[in-house]
Design a protein around this ligand. Sequence first.
Ligand SMILES: *Cc1c(COP(=O)(O)O)cnc(C)c1O
Length: 359
Amino acid sequence: MSDEGYEKQYIQEAFDSNWIAPVGENIEQFEKELSLKVGCSSAVALSSGTAAIHMALKAAGIGKGDIVFCPTLTFAATANPIIYEGGVPVFIDSNKETWNIDPKALEVAFHKYPNVKAVLVVHLYGLSADMGTIMRICQKYNVPVIEDAAESLGTLYKGQQTGTIGDYGIYSFNGNKIITTSGGGMLVSNNVEKLSKVRFWSTQSRDTARHYQHSELGFNYRMSNILAGIGRGQLKVLDQRVAKKRNIFEYYKNELSKLSGIEFMPVNEWNEPNYWLSAMTLNGKVSPLEIMETLERENIESRPVWKPLHMQPFFSEFDYIGGNTAESLFDQGVCLPSDTKMTDGDLERVVDVIKEVWR
Ligand SMILES: *Cc1c(COP(=O)(O)O)cnc(C)c1O
């Protein structure tokens, strides 16, 4: 979990100050330190990335019947909060150049649904979406952008941190993300007023009165002071983790891209990814399933690419705009083991097993 052990110190401080609660010094400091790190004016620490997406949608004014554009190639947690608010997702295809939301399909979606209320953008596996083009389109239609940067903390788009380019950004500190508090999330924005509203909603919407008074629906979504202490320690090692993840990706790419049919996830010139996961596609004679099963026999875990949301039984009633790019990335994709604790020997073993399949 920890690279340098600052977590224990911050947790100890929480115990010493008796703030073992969803208030306290670690929360305030974690919000400040993360804002400073990514470069935005305000942040609210929450219980999960999903809660952060929910609060971002609420801040953007999403309510019953409102349409929200959402990439199809992502984890279900991106789209579920649209449903929590009674909104209607419309799923959008990816393009091959970014694996993320396709600006051309986005334009088509705007023509079909001119009354859309918000656009969710995901930075899949730590690869930045084409934010310049996406922001130009969304500004033309005057629609707010929410960046689901759950997988991309530390990723830069043209030098700017993903999560801080749209109107709202969210990060996740779930156990499998690049830094973790075991579970948690953060909502960031330059709209300080809206974020103070989120702070209010996420602590049960308690009005400023001595008695318990509520004029709005409330949520219990704040991060605990203990977990914020873990987050502060983890944030200190983010750059180290990104460097290690980049090494892992480069090693796989050097070793495996010579094999016929293997192509690695696209890293554009404007994109400085955090390389959260190393993913590749196979379009040759070997299927992803064959690779995953061969690795499994060696006790090595690998994963398919996210199954597109428009193909999920739960979301099948909603509209989908685009072609079959996301679908073919799902059919051809494999996510390789990318944990920062992996040794050179571990990486060699993965590569050897895959090379063996080609022999
Ligand atoms: C992990 C993840 C989330 C959800 O974050 P939690 O903290 O687990 O709620 C949302 N979107 C994407 C793309 C994710 O990978």
